[in-house]
Design a protein around this ligand. Sequence first.
Ligand code: GAP
Length: 533
Amino acid sequence: MEKLVALCKRRGFLFQSSEIYGGLQGFWDYGPLGVELKRNVKAAWWHDMVGGHNELVTPPGAPGTYEMTGLDCTIIMHPQVWKCSGHYDLFHDHMVDCRETRKRYRFDQVRGRWVEAKDQKIFVTTTVEADEEQADVQRRALKFFKLRPKDAESLKYDGDFATLDSVQEQEKVLGPDAKELGTLTEPREFNLMFKTTIGALGGEADTAFLRPETAQGIFVNFKNVLDSSRMRLPMGIAQIGKSFRNEITPRNFTFRSREFEQMEIEFFCHPDESHKWYSYWRDRRLQWYKDMGLSSDRLIMREHAASELAHYSVGTADIEYAFPFMAEGEYGELEGVAHRGDFDLRSHMEGKLDPKTKPMEVEKNEHGQPKHRGSGKDLSYRDDLTGEKYIPHVVEPSAGADRATLAFLCQAFSEDEQPDEKGKMQTRTVLKFHPRLAPIKAAVFPLVKKDGMPEKAKEIYGMLKEKMSTFYDEKAAVGRRYRRQDEAGTPFCITVDGDSLKEDTVTIRDRDSLKQWRVATKDLVAELTERLS
Ligand code: GAP
């Protein structure tokens, strides 16, 4: 992972936000190569889910045909949206503060181990990655007990790593960065929505929130889409856009950020068919990651247990990927596919529903009135063929554009041994992106900077640039130019040599197989276009 992080900075995939001022935790900027990669991820998703979807044909595994369309909603929405969606009351994590260091931690991420030495037993905590936990706990325990590294054997461990909620005696806990015992507070709720103020007056009534998900923009526009498009159910509405969560502990590069992009679909269907649509979307979305190059043995579908589900839901599954920063056997969520019943549409109609009631009822305040009033608008659907009127059920495949981009980067990173120009074996770093995702599709090089080769190469570069993202390079030996493009993940390098001038042909070199072959210049665009699709 360190090598990938270094490559991302060196080659301009990702930079820490505001780096010259020391950076801002949980915020990341995409550099010249990163912006192209992420745009390609989003474009592939939009094409495959929305733009390229054929509503006249039943896709493999689908219960029938369906329509797809898109939206682009605002980041700041009416505050009532978040009250009815449940985010105002329920979207929180538990945090603990350290009274000594003033640091704040996510309660469920503080783990530790009981350690005994010098007749004292303490619970030493840490927040580092799983594979570094033991080393960190040992280092801190030695420091606390004023022992030297050579005395590590005198530390006695009781039990395995555990989370803080298993510890009754808080006064024996050594916080993750503390020197004293018992400095961590009790866990408290912390709402993850970023607040902002609308207008110049700035009173409590003007408080608004940066959206923590793009989904709600789709629910509140459901009627607008139906009325303006004459679309029929089943149908999906997609949106790609920024979301914001004030994560207590952003970590693992872009995996958990405070500002990130989501790619969400809300799929509206008849309640009787929602089970089949849920299964379809779950499988369809897993297959998409495989089609885009993630290897099957690093992907899992984790179905939530029935006890974890709200009673109105027939299922939720997380598509997870074995990110290299996770411990062996652990996976990180790429996307959640959830069956949400009619919870969202009914909450925006009637007022926030209480998901614990069955059938669901509007949650009431102490005066017996709705705790959070809905819009009062009718968000039900009337089937013009059958005349049936119903509140659609929703299946929600919700993906993260940054997490997907990170997974594609992790999957693509590879090192092999290849001979350099002098035949000496060298380590080659290569990003083996799926051609659809690669930031640069082709690079054009004149073999040498003379004899008319640069002129011919520039002509070819101009021709390719019209069709695809192309890079021109005439600096340094051709071997070094190949290496630079391997690191950028460019699938094809085109070299113009002496024969190119005589025969009007060029050499294509494949990034992964390293095979080289000649094609006529006139066939170059067609050949590359076919190989890139
Ligand atoms: N509307 C449902 C929803 O937002 P979620 O599981 O909270 O569900 C969906 O988020 C996806 O958004 C996640 O699977 C992940 O890919 C991405 N995501 C969520 N929080 C994130 C964060 N802090 N940083 C980066 N991506 C995040």
